[in-house]
Design a protein around this ligand. Structure first.
Ligand code: PLP
Length: 405
């Protein structure tokens, strides 16, 4: 059974630190990492936590303490990872549509870099030639992922160098003596089907013979975790077995032994996170019962952004009668968290918990409507520690400059 925080623990934390509050469970993160290591124990696999999911520095430090590496999507994330104590060789920077200057900064910091455009590849080759190994992010033209917004490898996607341009990559490699060590793909998020990863491997294996310096196949992130009760995530054991079979077979037939990298985000932290809110208002409108909470799309945008499901429970009245509710936020937009959802009877002042709030929750939060972002609490060794204080109006004004009249 996965480790979970009880209603009691969540309520106590909410009462101590106030709401809305994001709560993260360190041991649950460790548990996910151990699952990965165990499932891939038969092949040379390295996991880089895609920290775009959740970058609080205390989470990064925890990830480092359990021996996992880190994947970054901006040079600021790289700086955070360094501050959290990761050495450069444990940091991967997978860029997308960024300036060459940012790639140069990452190179100066000494981290692994995946480049995703021909123009930046050319600039890199001309400036650094063979001296600094890099990875290339390819767009494999595979449609995968929970929905179109989180599908990144299809043939209309902005991400990566289209497979059709492989000859241009080879031309640049020859002309500028590029040292291409890694082939990278990330086809999307919430990929349940192991065959999608197998398809990606097949595409990349077909290219390996072009790259004499190649050492790594990086299959990105996208491992699915369950969001709805009873839902299944990616079968990690089956994926580990499939990947082992493919790579061992490839080594036997070609004599080339390649490392495998993965960049899991959601898989590592989604289920370890909870958002606890308080109910401000119960409003009956015809046959719709609204429960309006002290949160909104400014704190958890996933339901409004891409129709994501977050399971919700009333932790103040778990045994109450089951009724249907529309759970909505307090933002001046239609910020519906759940439509027509069965939840135990909700009263004003009750605490509602949103599950799977660890990944892309706080990380996508904003100050829209000049509201404060939630506080964050980390539960580790049964102790709850505040790891981000609640904001004040001063925080909102902090970067503003009052212009002279
Ligand atoms: C390049 C890359 N790697 C890894 C991830 C992590 O994906 P997930 O959280 O679905 O594992 C993402 C997500 O956007 C990504 O773009």
């Amino acid at each position: 059974m996965p480790q979970v925080l009880s209603h009691r623990q969540l309520s106590d934390i909410a009462a101590t630190f106030g709401t809305p509050v994001y709560i993260y469970h360190a041991e649950r993160i460790t548990e996910q990492y151990n699952l990965l290591k165990d499932a891939f124990r038969n092949v040379d696999t390295t996991f880089f936590y895609a920290c775009k999911a959740l970058t609080n520095i205390n989470i990064l430090k925890h990830i480092k303490s359990i021996g996992c590496n880190v994947d970054c999507s901006s040079v600021n994330e790289v700086q955070l990872a360094l501050m959290a104590g990761f050495p450069p060789e444990k940091i991967l920077y997978t860029s997308n549509n960024i300036s060459f200057a940012e790639i140069e900064t990452a190179k100066e910091l000494g981290v692994h870099i995946n480049i995703d455009s021909l123009s930046n590849l050319e600039k890199f080759g001309k400036k650094y030639g063979h001296s600094y190994p890099i990875g290339i992010r390819l767009r494999p033209n595979i449609m995968a992922g929970g929905n179109l917004k989180i599908s990144t490898g299809h043939d209309k996607s902005k991400f990566g160098i289209p497979l059709e341009d492989i000859n241009k990559v080879l031309g640049l490699m020859k002309d500028t003596n590029l040292n291409i060590r890694t082939l990278h793909i990330h086809t999307g998020s919430e990929i349940k089907d192991v065959e999608v990863f197998a398809k990606g491997i097949e595409v990349l294996f077909g290219l390996v013979h072009h790259f004499p310096d190649l050492k790594v196949i990086d299959l990105g992130g996208g491992l699915k975790v369950p969001y709805m009760p009873g839902e299944m995530g990616t079968d990690i054991r089956a994926l580990g077995a499939k990947v082992a079979e493919e790579f061992i077979g490839f080594e036997k037939s070609t004599g080339r032994k390649l490392e495998i990298w993965f960049e899991p985000g959601k898989f590592m932290v989604s289920e370890a996170g909870y958002l606890v809110t308080s109910v401000n208002v119960i409003k009956q409108s015809g046959d719709i019962r609204f429960a309006g909470v002290d949160s909104g799309l400014n704190h958890l945008i996933r339901p409004m952004f891409y129709g994501a499901y977050h399971h919700i429970e009333n932790i103040s009245n778990s045994d109450g009668k089951m009724l249907t509710y529309n759970v909505v936020g307090n933002i001046c937009e239609t910020d519906t968290f759940a439509d027509n959802r069965l939840i135990s009877e909700i009263r004003e002042g009750d605490y509602l918990v949103f599950y799977n709030a660890g990944a892309y929750g706080m990380e996508m939060a904003s100050n829209y409507n000049s509201r404060f972002k939630p506080a964050e609490v980390l539960v580790k060794n049964n102790t709850s520690v505040l790891i981000r204080r609640r904001e004040t109006l001063q925080d909102i004004l902090h970067t503003q400059i009052l212009a002279a009249d």
